[in-house]
Design a protein around this ligand. Structure first.
Ligand code: FE
Length: 250
């Protein structure tokens, strides 16, 4: 089985939200798709162990914001990788309450849909919720949506562990070691050219790559800073993991 075959499936990137009483929830998802047009229905796949899943189950509603291509990685980090109080996350973004009472994220959103859950299927690790669209709006006609391939190939991010499309990093690495010697060689050549600044380091939580040539503008680290010289309280700009959670890509 070639795990990389899965990387050729295409998806969008969405922010799915819900609300139970006064409790707001939101998370980044790529597995959402329209399943019927009359009436319009959207399916989403949610991990059974996620709080958001229980909130959607109990409230019977969810909203889905379509993120723009130029979405700030910080927004994806906030709702995709960082744990913490959901209310604090919502304080850091623009949102409104939809007609179904659940929040609708407006930051970096180009369209949204409000949905009422009409079906739920147990698919093993995840539930597949079917939501009938009860409302929706186009927010930015001229902007393109963020796609999963752009998220993975250009933003260099990986699906978190509970995402339906998660690929085990160890299994993938084993596969790549066995089958992609050419890729390895390219990496070695580029590393040889950058030896003076030391290795790139990869966040083991979200796969963010710290490149000493580039530095980390979001965290105030100038270009040309070797990983070893980063302050001890440096954290991943995407998922807030500690410096100790990074490994050399060498
Ligand atoms: Fe990270």
């Amino acid at each position: 089985m070639n795990l990389e075959a899965f990387f050729k499936m295409s998806y969008g990137i969405y922010l799915i939200t819900s609300k139970r009483g006064g409790e707001l929830s939101g998370y980044i998802a790529n597995t959402a798709f329209q399943v019927t047009s009359e009436p319009p229905k959207i399916a989403i796949s949610c991990h059974k162990n996620n709080i958001s899943t229980h909130i959607i189950e109990e409230s019977g509603v969810f909203n889905l914001s379509v993120l723009e291509k130029d979405t700030d990685a910080g927004l994806i980090g906030l709702f995709g990788y960082q744990s913490g109080h959901e209310d604090e996350k919502f304080e850091r973004v623009d949102y409104k309450l939809g007609n179904n009472g659940a929040p609708v994220i407006l930051s970096h959103s180009i369209a949204y849909f409000e949905c009422k859950v009409v079906d739920k299927f147990d698919v093993g690790s995840h539930y597949l919720f079917i939501g009938e669209v009860t409302d929706g709006e186009l927010l930015a006609r001229e902007k393109d949506p963020l796609t999963y391939s752009y998220f993975r190939n250009e933003m260099k991010l990986m699906a978190p562990e509970r995402a339906p499309t998660y690929v085990d990093k160890n299994k993938l690495k084993k596969f790549q070691d066995e089958n992609q010697q050419e890729e390895q060689n390219k990496v070695e050549v580029s590393e040889a050219n950058k030896k003076d600044l030391g290795d790139k380091y990869i966040c083991t939580i979200c796969a963010f790559v710290y490149d000493p040539e580039v530095g980390d503008e979001a965290m105030g680290i100038p270009p040309g800073t070797p990983f070893e010289d980063l302050p001890e309280d440096y954290t991943c700009p995407i998922c807030a993991a500690a410096k100790s959670m990074f490994i050399s890509d060498n």
